[in-house]
Write a protein that binds this ligand. Sequence first.
Ligand SMILES: [Zn+2]
Length: 241
Amino acid sequence: MFRYSLVLCCLCISISLPANQLKSDNCQRDNVLITYEDSLDYTHACQAIETIINIFQKYHFETSEIIRITFQEKVVIEIKSANEQVAVDEMQVYALYDSTINEMFVSKFNTPYIQSRKAFDYLQVTPSMHESIIVHELAHRFLHLYYRDVLNQKNPDHATHEFFAYYIQIKTLNNSDQNMVLALWPESEFTADLSINSLVHGTHPHKFGVMSFRYAANSDVITQILEGSFYSGDQILENFI
Ligand SMILES: [Zn+2]
């Protein structure tokens, strides 16, 4: 089930808009390509890219690898059959990073779907929240490249990736939104590194994110992740599931 869910997270299909509605631009950077329809989405993407570049510069990492973000009316994950040949269902999501093709897909801000959704299950999807979700996907992309190019290690496990991406996402929210997010699930905390695992994430992803931020604030897990020395509970799960 664990490996199966990992596979699901890596699969997506693209719902394309008619070509004449789409625009492409690069946030004035050589390695960026944003495909969008609404200028607000483009602005959010450029600001999110600036944010993630500044964060990783503090970790002495820059990259010339392509950063590709495509905004869509609908971002969906295909749920494939056990032999992974046939899509048997699909699930609409806010955004995803497909590491197999190095592209991020993000829902357009001004869609009925996004405006009817709640950020972190309870909060209004503000422009700041929308931008933070792009930062979350960029954190996945940059962590992937950091492990490959700086640490010469394989991509970290799923729980470690989500722990890091949620930490960066919540850290970069504006104060008002961050306070509201951190007021959620006040009793929920990770108690040990091994309790950070994909089963917890799969059960309640946003709660996992808030728990990750709290745990990171009182530990050196982020430092360990960036040193390539962190072991989440997924290391154990992979041996049993
Ligand atoms: Zn994520």
